[in-house]
Design a protein around this ligand. Structure first.
Ligand SMILES: C[S@@+](CC[C@H](N)C(=O)[O-])C[C@H]1O[C@@H](n2cnc3c(N)ncnc32)[C@H](O)[C@@H]1O
Ligand code: SF4
Ligand code: SF4
Length: 430
């Protein structure tokens, strides 16, 4: 029998047209994502639904949809989409085509508001509540049907700290087995538990993001617990051994670590040459809005000049129709089951609906009035953008939360976007 392998998930891409088709094929066993057309989608769907006994039958079936039979079959085997087995298996993650206007392609899950560290820059109150709320395995399993109907392809597991959630392993394995592109955020403090999970999940591919916010003493000071640097480094050393994991080190630049950033970049480059290193600037959101570690806009301008890596947040789809993907093709579920446009978006303005009262599918189809507005809002609709000479090429992510944080008005452009565009576009002129 020819089957579609476990770990393969086929979802619809944004604004997919039925005939020309635009689908995303992902295999969590090898971590490869490919865009495919409607005809290839049909071949995969038919192989999944019908009994295809041998290669001859596979050639006949493929021929009905495409003239490039040999090439398509070769690629499907190369990407480990197809395999030959004794019995017929049906893959439940080859999703039926629905006219989903806004596929919820990226969903972040705040598994818990508990945390084992106490970081000075954190936008959340994580770890400081009398009682913690958690998204349970049973709950997440119960919303998988809606997640499928919305064609979600990437799941981020975050918190708080995911390694304080008692069902973390079970939840992560559930999404890996169902072919999601899984990204895990952790402070790396509980490296032993993560090491056990890495052994358990060896057959799957994933991305793990570990925070390092300075050299030893500074990191510990920022993160509010001794040994947090030592443990995070142990975590990174363990991750070096796992080829199935793409590791990304996240550093938030703030007043306390600014002087050490160059040294930190060098240390990471030398010790972890295969890992990526993402630099960000402390954001004035939620709990961090009046934080002593924040920079003024003119200080940020200097930091941008020095570390152009913080420019990397360009829109993944180039010049885009929408202002940002939050509420349009991406969202987050808080540990208390509120659907919001992204993880830091606790403010009621950014909430799409309450999952304690309604289903994910209903809320996504009929979001709050603000949610509807976000879907209507084009990338340069604000009066400031309309008058701006940079708008034709402007494609840095224009975050509503940062506009709210810096300008007290989420409908304004984010000043960091404008800063990045000014530098980028003037460089292009030389
Ligand atoms: C909320 S944490 C959750 C994952 C995990 N506990 C950790 O610390 O990596 C996710 C990321 O957000 C970053 N972060 C927290 N507060 C921030 C802020 N005010 N501005 C920018 N990044 C922030 C953290 O440094 C971390 O890299
Ligand atoms: S940044 Fe991460 S580790 Fe630090 S307090 Fe926030 S959730 Fe916890
Ligand atoms: S640079 Fe700023 S004002 Fe100009 S188009 Fe981009 S976001 Fe709008």
């Amino acid at each position: 029998m020819i089957n579609i392998n476990d770990g393969v998930r086929l979802t619809q891409n944004i604004n997919s047209k039925m005939i020309k088709g635009n689908f995303i094929l992902y295999n969590s066993k090898i971590g490869v994502e490919a865009e495919i057309n409607y005809l290839t989608y049909q071949i995969i769907k038919k192989v999944n639904e019908c009994i295809v006994r041998n290669m001859d039958e596979l050639y006949k079936l493929t021929k009905r949809y495409s003239r490039n039979t040999n090439q398509i079959i070769k690629q499907l085997f190369n990407y480990k989409i197809l395999s030959v087995c004794d019995k017929k298996n049906i893959n439940k993650n080859i999703l039926p085509v629905k006219r989903v206007k806004y596929p919820l392609s990226y969903l972040a899950l705040e598994l818990t508001d508990n945390c084992n560290l106490n970081c000075i820059h954190c936008y959340g109150q994580f770890g400081r509540y009398k009682q913690y709320s958690n998204l349970t395995y049973e709950y997440l399993k119960s919303i998988k049907k809606d997640i499928d109907l919305l064609h979600t392809r990437s799941i981020a597991l975050t918190g708080g700290e995911v390694l304080t959630h008692k069902e973390f392993e079970k939840i992560a394995m559930f999404f890996l087995k169902n072919g999601f592109n899984v990204v895990i955020f952790s402070n790396g403090y509980n490296y032993k538990r993560m090491e056990n999970f890495l052994e358990l999940s060896k057959d799957y591919h994933m991305t793990i993001k570990i925070s390092i916010d300075g050299l030893n003493n500074t990191h510990n000071l920022i993160r509010g617990r001794k040994n947090s640097y030592e443990n995070a480094i142990k975590m990174l050393d363990i991750l070096k051994k796992y080829d199935n994991v793409d590791t990304d080190i996240s550093t938030v630049i703030m007043r306390e670590n600014l002087k050490e950033i160059d040294e930190l970049i060098d240390i990471i480059k030398n010790r972890y040459p295969k890992f990526t290193h993402q630099l960000d600037i402390i954001s004035p959101i939620l709990n961090a809005r009046k934080n002593q570690s924040l920079f003024t806009l003119s200080e940020i301008q200097k930091i941008y000049n020095r570390y152009p890596k913080v420019f990397l947040q360009e829109s993944p789809i180039g010049l885009q129709k929408y202002r940002c993907t939050g509420g349009v093709t991406s969202a987050a579920i808080s540990s208390s089951k509120v659907l919001k446009i992204c993880v830091g978006a606790e403010d009621p303005e950014f909430q799409l609906g309450d999952l304690n009262k309604d289903s994910l599918l209903n809320i996504w189809k009929h979001p709050s009035s603000n949610g509807k507005r976000f879907r209507q809002e084009g990338s340069h609709d604000s009066y400031k953008c309309k008058k701006c000479s940079l708008k034709k090429k402007c494609n840095t992510v224009n975050c509503r939360l940062l506009a709210q944080g810096y300008k007290n008005d989420s409908s304004m452009p984010n000043p960091l976007t404008c800063m990045a565009e000014r530098i980028k576009q003037s460089e292009n002129n030389f």
